[in-house]
Design a protein around this ligand. Structure first.
Ligand code: PA5
Length: 331
């Protein structure tokens, strides 16, 4: 599993070599991205990128339900690494009736067959990885599709720069992950503290990604606080919490002064309790690079933590159990 994350620069390069292969035509007012779990995160990251450079909104749908406003002006991107996730397949089936232009991203599965049968644009990513570890392939392939379709969020040259950046940063990310995983093991696992990932806007998606990686790879429960929104609800929960033992991972972008001050404020709230702190700073020249660097640290640290606990990071027994039951639930 560690290897899969260490290969991220290679995944980015492979996707870059296929940049321009896939495109769609149409006049869209927005992009809607459908997908669950490790595939759904592609939507989160596209939405994050659209905040900085998008000329249109990116809507993220992590559900089988297609919003009623989806129609002819929608470019719908359906992402499922396996191509077999029931919610995503149902969304695809509903999208076919919506009038939206659809593109499917997967490594095969039912969605590949369905897309090809319906003549829907189909973007194939390499097989054989854990969906969450395949983030660069899914994300960069989608960025390439958007760029080639005239809906650029990241240009090819910016994507190439980010590949170079990631190659240079791998060893730094490994060191950061090693340090972070040791801290999580001591201060969260052994000290039996609740891990809390706190960040500031616009890094919401990164905090969620940290949570998901720690859930799926390390098998731990994690709370997420996002400032400034958490100052309007979560803070009150810390007045009389059910546990006062917290292991707080602060994820900050040092170039965001306000964001950093907001996270500092949250530290004063957690400090009322038995809290341990770890601050992780984003590296990178733009949102894409910061997102990729932090996601790589999250992936590596969560795998290292699983290994320290003697657990298999790749196994996601509960997701498999749910997927078996889901067919029955949705039938
Ligand atoms: O990372 C994982 O294994 C999960 O979060 C999956 O991504 C999730 O269950 C959805 O499956 P898929 O990505 O194959 O659609």
């Amino acid at each position: 599993m560690l290897e899969q994350y260490l290969n991220w620069p290679r995944q980015v390069r492979d996707s870059l070599s296929k940049w321009g292969t896939w495109s769609v035509r149409g006049d869209f007012t927005h992009v809607a991205v459908f997908g669950m779990g490790g595939s759904g995160v592609v939507g989160d990251y596209l939405a994050l990128l659209s905040l900085e450079s998008g000329k249109y909104p990116v809507i993220v749908v992590k559900s089988h339900i297609v919003p009623s406003y989806v129609g002819e002006k929608t470019l719908a991107i359906v992402v499922s690494y396996s191509g077999n996730t029931i919610e995503t397949i149902m969304a695809f089936e509903n999208l076919l009736k919506s009038g939206a232009t659809i593109a499917v991203v997967s490594s095969g599965g039912v969605l590949k067959t369905m897309a090809q049968e319906r003549g829907v644009t189909y973007v194939e990513v390499p097989k054989g990885l854990a969906p969450r570890a395949s983030l660069p392939s899914m994300l960069y392939s989608t960025l390439g599709l958007l760029d080639s379709s005239g809906y650029t969020l990241v240009s090819k040259s910016a994507a190439e720069n980010s590949a170079e950046f990631l190659e240079e940063k791998v060893s730094e990310a490994v060191e950061a992950a090693r340090d972070l995983s040791k801290w999580l093991y001591e201060e969260a696992v052994r000290a039996e503290r609740l891990p809390v990932v706190v960040t500031h806007s616009p890094l919401e998606a990164i905090a969620i990604r940290f949570k998901n990686e720690l859930n799926e790879n390390s098998k731990i429960v994690v709370k997420v606080d996002i400032a400034p929104e958490c100052m309007h609800n979560d803070v009150v929960g810390y007045e009389a919490p059910t546990t006062r033992r917290l292991a707080v991972l602060e994820v900050v972008d040092p170039s965001n002064e306000v964001g950093t001050k907001l996270v500092d404020f949250m530290r004063s709230i957690y400090s009322e309790h038995d809290a341990a702190f770890y601050r992780l700073a984003a590296a990178g020249r733009n949102v894409l690079e910061k997102a990729m660097y932090l996601s790589l640290v999250a992936g590596l640290a969560s795998v290292m933590l699983a290994e320290m606990r003697g657990l298999d990071p790749a196994a996601t027994k509960s997701i498999a159990m749910y997927k078996k039951k889901a067919a029955e639930i949705f039938s």
